[in-house]
Design a protein around this ligand. Structure first.
Ligand code: ADP
Length: 408
């Protein structure tokens, strides 16, 4: 089955194209046929890129007015006789869509029908910056592809197994009942992918181990997954809570917001900008939100770059300790995403002191793992420390095949 995976955002649409089947999913033999992006939609310098299996990459810069034109461009690129991979759009058997917020309604991926479509729209107030663009991607591809089935895969769904003790905030209960303010958690597809990969790598059933998964990219979150189910996760009502991120603050005392409003005259838009864009690694260091830049500056003894790295890693360690106890013990700790996969420095710092919960780092193994899958704990470590590159798109493709086959 040929599956198109679409990640439709505000100014870009990313895509991947897979040849997969239920058998291929089990055996890990699915094939990526193409990947690419249409970005800077609506600007004069929109960029379209595609790279198909065995063909030279293609890139062009010219205006792409809107999302409709962007998705049409993706289908045209896939069907191009020179650099494309299919004859025409009839070869697209199904489409999997990344949808950021599924609220409390969606606990797993599902085929999109009229009812599901309406329910996804009901989740817009929970993710006003994301869901409308995800929905647009569905609407346009549905109109372009006729009867092809479409599947929605939600960032929040995996976290729906949390107990009320983990997802309810200590606010007046009405806030949950009437306004649906609660912890939802995000990056669920990535946490699910790496947790599932642990089971496959170590030949364990998903209910046979506890794992803490640390997704450390520009956005960062950590999850406690006990016997295949999420017990807790660091992102909350929005992706602002929890770990320190590239430009987001993560956990802070909410009274700081009142203090700033009362004493500095900052309004809601100002607070939004500070907390989402000017905090985190860039806010502390004053240098960059890019961990590579900070590691370089720290090596040159820049005190604020060192401080940013220290705070980033300390917060991760603190969560790992808490989650180990929340799950009643941990067997694996996995690092993933841009920083988790590529930075032995951050993995090493974030793992300091984890001997207390039975996790011992082998520094040589840690250094050898950048960008690669593997274990970097010592032979006698009770808890295995791992690097597992994430692949949200492939899990969206798998879910799409399973949903279309009636298995979800
Ligand atoms: P996004 O959340 O945008 O998907 P990514 O998962 O791509 O983010 O991660 C981006 C982060 O990964 C950036 O902070 C970047 O500096 C960091 N990163 C990528 N490669 C390395 C590396 N070799 N060493 C340290 N950090 C890295």
């Amino acid at each position: 089955m040929k599956v198109l995976v679409l990640n439709s955002g505000s100014s870009s649409v990313k895509f991947q194209f897979y040849d997969t089947s239920l058998e291929a999913i089990k055996g890990g033999s699915e094939k990526q046929l193409a990947k690419g992006i249409v970005e800077k939609i609506g600007e004069k310098t929109s960029i379209r890129k595609i790279e198909c299996n065995g063909k030279p990459p293609y890139k062009k810069e010219d205006p792409i007015a809107d999302h409709t034109q962007a998705i049409r461009t993706i289908i045209d690129m896939l069907s191009d006789s020179e650099y494309g991979i299919i004859k025409d759009k009839t070869e697209i058997d199904a489409v999997g869509h990344r949808v950021v917020h599924g609220g409390e309604t969606f606990t797993h991926s599902c085929l999109i029908d009229e009812k599901v479509y309406d329910k996804i729209k009901e989740c817009i107030p929970l993710a006003p910056l994301h869901n409308p663009h995800n929905i647009k991607g569905y609407e346009i591809s549905r109109d372009l592809l006729g009867k092809t089935p479409h599947v929605a895969v939600f960032d929040t769904a995996f976290h729906q197994t949390m107990a009320p003790s983990a997802f309810i905030y200590a606010l007046p209960y009405d806030y949950y009942e009437k306004k649906r303010i609660r912890r939802y958690g995000f990056h669920g597809t990535s946490h699910r992918f790496v947790a599932r990969r642990v089971g496959r790598l170590f030949n364990l059933a998903k209910d046979a181990f506890n794992v803490i998964t640390a997704h450390l990219g520009n956005g960062a979150s950590i999850a406690a997954v006990a016997k295949g189910k999420v017990v807790d996760t660091s992102m909350g009502f929005t992706p602002l809570e929890g770990l320190v991120m590239g430009t987001r603050c993560g956990d802070i005392d909410p009274a700081i917001l009142m203090y700033l409003q009362e004493n500095d005259g900052v309004n809601v838009a100002g607070l939004n900008k500070v907390l989402n864009k000017q905090s985190g690694l860039i806010g502390i260091s004053g240098i960059s939100n890019d961990m590579r830049e900070l590691e370089k500056a720290a090596a040159e003894n820049n005190a604020r770059a060192k401080l940013a790295i220290d705070i980033f890693c300390y917060r991760i360690r603190k969560y790992i300790g808490a989650y180990a106890v929340a799950m009643g013990g941990v067997d694996f700790i996995v690092f993933t995403a841009g920083i988790g996969e590529n930075s032995h420095i951050i993995r090493g710092e974030a793992s300091k002191g984890l001997e207390a919960i039975g996790a011992k780092v082998d520094e040589a193994k840690n250094k050898s793992l950048n960008g690669k899958e593997g274990v970097f704990s010592t032979e006698d470590s009770k808890v295995k420390l791992c690097v597992i590159p994430t692949n949200e798109e492939i899990l969206i493709a798998h879910d799409t095949v399973e949903a279309v086959s009636g298995l979800l």
